[in-house]
Ligand binder design. Structure first.
Ligand code: PMP
Length: 386
């Protein structure tokens, strides 16, 4: 397989897929992989120390997310958290659920399974820029509505969804699962203020380690377990808790939230700089997503006249890592269901690229990346490489 030239600086613009662990996060985790290695379920000193560290991480996570410690369930990531929430809240008897057409596969596929097993699945439409239409929500609600599944920030466009407004309209008549994997660490996420029943996130999206996430479960919610064989985490998620990973998650979330406003402003500047360079040097370009109600870490942009798969491959060779959709579907050449739901024209759909930023990027890297993207798009248009 060809890789970028050895002398070319690699530039990583796929931070929605994953982010590198920050050195301070790694340092926070390190002692709990070697020195303080006890099993938090053990009654002896080694276990007690691990238990204390785990519960500290749980408390810190809860306080950062506006939740109670007993509402925090550590999972392996957002995928497991979404599955745990959706199947758990659904229960055994089918009913009606409302979801959006822009959910991540880790929500869309469990929902599809519920549909296959007799649930009525209603889809809340999105507008042209990919935001769910709040005014349609009430018309979809019926006495049979038992579950709502809508994400907080879309992974392909960065579009911020009006979750608190939906929860207010729902007014406790059904349970509400919210996938916040692309929101946590980037914008303020306060569980109780959002008014949802359960909320999921994944640490590696905000410079924490891979393999750990959280499901927040509102106090008093009946959520049956999906696996058995241990009493950990109130039996809801049995198995030895990943102490070091949970500490990494809490440390990464803490760092992200402490610098959130500065990072948000800086990443907005990076996005604007990148986009303005692309507009002048690789025009015409089309932005897929909202100008305002979005998280600046994501920029979805189409290059009419180019094919997204050819762009992706050529950018990889030019040392620029980006994506044509969510990491979970980027192996597929099918057009993005998210952009399709937004009703974008075929030419825009087939040439859409997702660039996702992190505060670790420099302006210099952004300008260099824009220049490489522009040169690649111009070349592909000129040669009509198909
Ligand atoms: N939801 C969203 C919106 C995501 O972007 C992702 C990661 N692509 C996930 C869920 C799943 O996260 P993980 O792969 O860490 O389980």
């Amino acid at each position: 397989m060809q890789t970028a030239s050895r002398h070319m600086k690699e530039i990583y613009l796929d931070n929605n897929a994953t982010t590198p662990v920050l050195p301070a996060v790694w340092e926070a985790m390190r002692p709990f992989l070697s020195q303080t290695y006890g099993n938090p379920a053990s009654a002896h000193w080694a276990g007690r120390r691990a238990r204390q560290a785990l519960e500290d991480a749980r408390e810190q996570t809860a306080s950062l997310l506006g939740a109670y410690p007993d509402e925090v369930v550590f999972t392996s990531g957002a995928t497991e958290a979404n599955n745990l929430a959706i199947f758990g809240l659904a229960g055994a008897t089918p009913g009606e659920l409302i979801t959006s057409p822009i959910e991540h596969p880790s929500v869309a596929e469990p929902v599809q399974q519920l549909g296959d097993s007799g649930w009525t699945v209603k889809r809340l439409p999105v507008c042209r820029v990919g935001i769910v239409q709040v005014d349609v929500f009430s018309s979809l609600l019926t006495p049979e509505t038992r579950l709502v599944c809508v994400m907080l920030v879309n992974n392909e466009t960065g579009a911020l969804q009006p979750i608190a407004a939906l929860a207010r309209l729902l007014d406790g008549r059904a349970t509400f699962q919210c996938d916040a994997a692309q929101a946590a660490g980037k914008i303020r996420v306060q569980f109780h203020e959002l008014g949802v029943t359960t909320l999921s996130l994944s640490a590696h999206k905000f410079h924490g380690p891979k393999g750990v996430g959280v499901l927040l479960v509102r106090r008093g919610t009946r959520l049956p377990a999906r696996s058995w064989g241990g009493h950990q985490q109130a039996g809801l998620r049995p198995g030895t808790e990943p102490v070091a990973l949970a500490i990494g998650l809490a440390a990464a979330l803490n760092l992200a939230q402490r610098s959130q406003e500065t990072h948000y402003a800086y990443v907005s500047r990076l996005r604007d700089l990148f986009l303005s360079r692309l507009s002048t040097e690789a025009g015409p370009v089309v932005v897929n997503g909202p100008a305002q109600e979005s998280v600046p870490h994501t920029l979805n942009v189409s290059f009419p006249g180019c094919r997204a798969d050819a762009l992706l491959m050529n950018l990889d060779l030019a040392g620029v890592a980006c994506s044509t959709g969510s990491a979970c579907s980027s192996g597929s050449l099918l057009p993005s269901p998210v952009l399709q739901a937004m009703g974008v024209p075929a030419e825009v759909l087939g040439s859409a690229m997702r660039f996702s930023f992190s505060p670790l990027l420099s302006e210099e890297e952004i300008l260099e990346a824009a220049q490489r993207v522009a040169a690649t798009a111009r070349r592909l248009r000129a040669t009509r490489e198909e």
